[in-house]
Design a protein around this ligand. Structure first.
Ligand code: DLL
Length: 437
């Protein structure tokens, strides 16, 4: 397999050398974080650990974990390791409650990030002669700007389309002679179906698609490839660790290489926190080695996954992760947006606390390859609430607040008091009918 590489020396670095590099970078990162990040310093002090106890990568498991909750507790900038004058860009994502999580990047961080994406784009055969449509959302979400910078780095032409307006997306693909597209896999399916309906597949110049930000399967890959006439590649990432490109597929399409010069990955038991042996399934934990603005040490992703240590046909030495199999928390990904049930509860009680009860159920389904998101919430029985208009007004109020908080449209239904099933144990708040096939 003669795949081109963006940084061949790094991408094919012998594993022993890679481990040595990781060790050196880990020692420096721990020291930097201890000196500059109060939360990390406190956790180290609680364990009676000083940075010089970390001599190489074999000491990694001595270090404390970090969590999404930390980003909320230190909101907005409390986990940054450099002064704000060195932060060149901010991004944000959903937290477990109404508060977003904020991440910051220095100039070097942005450069490292775009290199990770340049490795992916080059690896799947793109060059400066390609025209790449970015149909991830631009804005605080890391998808749009993250992928954008990678396309610019390899010198290809970028079409910063962002999300929405499927007819215009397809028109742009055709008129601009687009050769590659980046979006969520469910949106790629939708585009594929529309293109089939319109009978315009032959007018496309597309050859490659790069899809991620939500779970998808190999069967979906097969269908997308057929509908769009392309090769489809997976890309993984999370805002807290960087954004898209923490791990990317190569032309072998057999798992995503984790860029180990920048990140150390571990698999742990999500219950006990114990590091699991090679080949086990468990929670992915990342340590960022080169990030300056917002470094993370042993960050608990909540993504459940297995790693693949086999050498890859492409010649890259960085280990691969298989597709994440699920999450160890209750986060839902709806149309690429991270949603926690607790956020919805907060909106319900904030905007309509007098009209509704905290008994609600979230129903997610996939219709025509688009996620459909409904919320049923019981109205308050003390309220005389038989006026259809008043019910509709409350539904509208909740819908508007959800849209402003999550950027997602939801169908909100006020239902009769006591009509939502009660549970003796943990309430089942989410019914996810989407089948990944
Ligand atoms: O989704 C970053 C991204 C943008 C990745 C574009 C790929 C492409 P967050 O919004 O912070 O960041 O959500 C991160 O999304 O922990 C996973 O649960 C899920 N996720 C991301 N990529 C994949 C993937 C972006 N390829 C969370 N397969 C992560 C399955 C994915 N799940």
């Amino acid at each position: 397999m003669a795949s081109k590489m963006w940084q061949e020396a790094i991408e094919t670095m012998p594993r022993a050398e890679l481990k040595k590099l990781q060790s050196e970078r880990l020692v420096a990162q721990v020291k930097r974080s201890y000196e500059n990040v109060e939360c990390f310093r406190n956790r180290m002090d609680e364990l009676g650990l000083k940075p010089d106890a970390i001599k190489d990568i074999s000491d990694l498991s001595k270090l404390p974990f970090s969590y999404k909750k930390d980003l909320r507790d230190y909101y907005p900038y409390g986990l940054f390791a450099v002064p704000m004058s060195q932060i060149k860009r901010l991004h944000a994502s959903s937290g477990t409650t109404g508060k977003r999580i904020v991440v910051g990047y220095t100039e070097n961080d942005l450069d490292m990030w775009s290199d990770c994406l340049a490795r992916l784009f080059t690896g799947v055969g793109l060059t400066k002669d390609d025209i790449v449509q970015i149909s991830f959302g631009y804005g605080l979400f890391t998808g749009g700007f993250g992928a954008h910078a990678g396309v610019e780095k390899i010198g290809a032409t970028v079409v910063p389309m962002s999300t929405g307006n499927t007819a215009l997306q397809i028109q742009t693909l055709i008129d601009f002679g687009v050769t590659a597209i980046c979006c969520t896999p469910s949106y790629a399916m939708l585009l594929g179906e529309e293109i089939e309906k319109m009978g315009v597949k032959d007018e496309l110049k597309l050859k490659v698609g790069i899809f991620g930000a939500e779970p998808w399967t190999d069967e979906m890959r097969r269908q997308i490839e057929e509908k769009l006439g392309i090769k489809a590649y997976d890309i993984y990432g999370l805002s807290e660790v960087m954004g898209p490109g923490v791990a990317c597929e190569c032309e072998a399409q057999a798992g995503m290489h984790i860029w180990e010069d920048n990140f150390i990955v571990e698999i742990i038991d999500p219950e006990t926190g114990e590091v699991l042996p090679e080949g086990s399934t468990g929670e992915l934990v990342f340590t960022s080695l080169t990030k300056e603005g917002f470094p993370v040490i042993r960050y608990r992703t909540r993504d459940i996954c297995t790693l693949n240590f086999e050498p890859c046909a492409c010649g890259r030495t960085h280990i691969r992760m298989n597709k994440p199999q699920g999450r160890s928390d209750d986060m839902l990904i709806i149309r690429g947006v991270n949603v926690f049930p607790s956020q919805i509860e907060e909106v319900l009680l904030k905007v309509a606390g007098a009209e509704v009860t905290p008994n609600y159920q979230i129903v997610v389904d996939r219709v025509n390859n688009t996620d459909v998101f409904e919320i049923n919430v019981e109205m308050n029985e003390n309220l005389f609430f038989d006026e259809v208009k008043a019910i509709e007004a409350t539904e509208k109020k909740i819908t508007a607040e959800l849209r402003s908080m999550l950027g997602l449209g939801a169908k909100v239904h006020l239902v009769n008091p006591k009509s939502i099933e009660r549970f003796e144990g943990k309430a089942v708040r989410v019914i996810d009918r989407r089948k990944l096939s």
